[in-house]
Each structure stands twice: as C-alpha cells, then as structure tokens.
Design a protein around this ligand. Structure first.
Ligand code: MG
Length: 287
C-alpha cells in the first residue's frame, strides 16, 4: 500500500457511511466499513461483500462495531448509552463485538474498531476495573484471529486514554485517532493529543469540527473538512513526524443528505490530495 491512501467510511446495511459504489465513484481505494447487520455477516454474505469490494477496487482497512441502543443525541446520552461502558449491556455488547471480530476475520481484515464509551475518570472505580477486564477479553479474543482492536479517540483527554491503554496492556490494542472527536467532546487540542498517543495510533479519521461554547458539556459541531478547527496541514505534518503511513479515512456523518455527503467527501478527497502534494513538495520527496 502506498503511503496515506485516501479512504472513506462506508456502510452496507448499517451505519452512516457511504455505499461502496459511492466510495468507488469518489475515487478512493480504502474504506473503514461499519459492521453490517448480523444477517449479512455469515461466511456466504462475507464472500459476497468481499467480491463487491474487489470489483470496486476497494480494500477494507478496519471494520467498526456499533451497538443497538447507542445514542449520540448529546453528550449525556453518549455517556449513558455508548460502547462497553454501560454496565447493563456490557456482556451482550462484548458478545456482539466478538461476532464483529469474527466477521472482520472472514473479510481478512486485521483491525476492528469501536467507541468504547466514556471511560470512568476514577481509576479505583470498580466500573473502571470491569472495563479494563472487558477490554482485555475483547483484545485476547481478537488476538487469536490476528486482529487489532482500535479504540476511537475523543471521549476522554489524551492522558486518560493513555493511562487506560497502558493499564489494559495488550499488544493488539491501538487507537483510531479522530481529531474532530477531541473537539466535539471538548477533550483537548487534537495535534498535541496525536503526538501524545502516537505509539498507539494505527488508523485515523479525517473529520473536522468546531468547538462548543461549553466544551465537554455540549457538542461542538461537525463541519465540512477544512472549515472547522482541525488544521489538516498540521495534522498531516504530525502524521508524517510520528511515522504514520496508513490510510487517511474521511468520515462525514450526514447520510440523511446523501448528495451533500457525497459532494463534501469529494471536496475532502481533493483537499487531502492537495495537502499531501504540498507536504511532499516541501519535503522534496515524491508522495
Ligand atoms: Mg471517527
């Protein structure tokens, strides 16, 4: 794979990504795939998906799990409903995550991602310890299949996430760094966070956002890539410095307006290609 192939978040029958044919039309070569519904995860269905991907010239670089009952309506809803944090659904969701890991293996992809939820701040909280154990179980299950687990960033500041990763202490546990999430959740400036978490960054999302007036209490706002508070020139420069060579995967969650979504992602592809180009010119090296 060339350095920094452009990718896009895509969906089959679940999630807010673009359809595979749209990904193809946008001229990208890689996708992060939202895990399809259970009925579409059989070995036969996985073969059909793999064939479609081949026909479109697309490589899945990570499969992302989402869970029934999750709400991103506002920050309190995320705290209560998202990921492996809510105690009442933890075991059920761990089982679901294992099924998504199975599907990831069927597609011959080596990374499964998820929002784990709001990690408790108090590291002596029994819920924190329970979450550590659950994450270890997911990592160990994935490890048997040669799969890495990528946690989405943003729901906690970089130092807290770093503490969590170190405490879980599993060699296949990594991060999907999403700079916009740091801003949306009010969890700190993305570029310093990227530097801090660098050894764990194994995939990224190219998404942009503006800060809330009340960071951490109310949402910031997701924006068109290049129009928000993420400095993508600096972001790419920092990715270069930390030695990240994987895909630049565009995420734009406005599938209620597919035409606008497609146009905006098209604009993001162009902007990222332009930034890649100017960075490689500055380095005096081919891209
Ligand atoms: Mg993301």
């Amino acid at each position: 794979m060339n350095r920094w192939p452009i990718g896009v978040f895509a969906s089959i029958d679940e999630g807010l990504g673009v359809d595979l044919d749209v990904a193809h039309d946008l001229g990208v070569t890689t996708v992060h795939l939202h895990a399809p519904s259970q009925g579409s995860r059989t070995p036969e269905a996985a073969q059909v998906v793999a064939e479609r991907l081949r026909s479109f010239g697309l490589e899945v670089t990570a499969v992302f799990a989402g869970f029934e009952g999750e709400s991103y309506a506002d920050i309190p809803a995320v705290k209560q409903t998202v990921g492996l944090v809510p105690q009442a659904t933890r075991q059920m969701r761990l089982a679901e995550l294992k099924r998504v890991i199975d599907f990831t293996a069927l597609l011959d992809v080596d990374a499964a991602g998820l929002h784990i939820g709001f990690i408790p701040h108090d590291t002596s909280d029994p819920e924190y310890l329970a979450l550590i154990e659950t994450t270890r179980e997911a990592c160990d299950y994935a490890s048997q299949k040669g799969i890495h687990i990528h946690l989405e960033t943003g729901q906690e500041p970089a130092d807290e996430l770093l503490d969590f990763l170190k405490t879980v202490d599993r060699p296949n546990l990594f991060v999907n760094f999403d700079p916009a999430n740091m801003i949306l959740y009010g969890c700190g400036e993305p570029i310093p966070a990227l530097k801090q978490i660098a050894p764990y960054v194994r995939s990224i999302h190219c998404k942009d956002a503006s800060w809330s007036d009340l960071p951490g209490e109310t949402w910031g706002e997701e924006t068109t890539l290049g129009k928000g508070a993420v400095d993508f020139g600096e972001f790419l420069k920092t990715l270069d410095e930390i030695g990240y060579t994987g895909p630049l995967t565009i995420e734009r969650e406005i599938s209620t307006n597919p035409e606008r979504q497609r146009a905006e992602i098209g604009g993001a592809v162009a902007l990222l290609n332009q930034l890649k180009q100017s960075l490689s010119e500055r380095r005096g090296a081919p891209s």
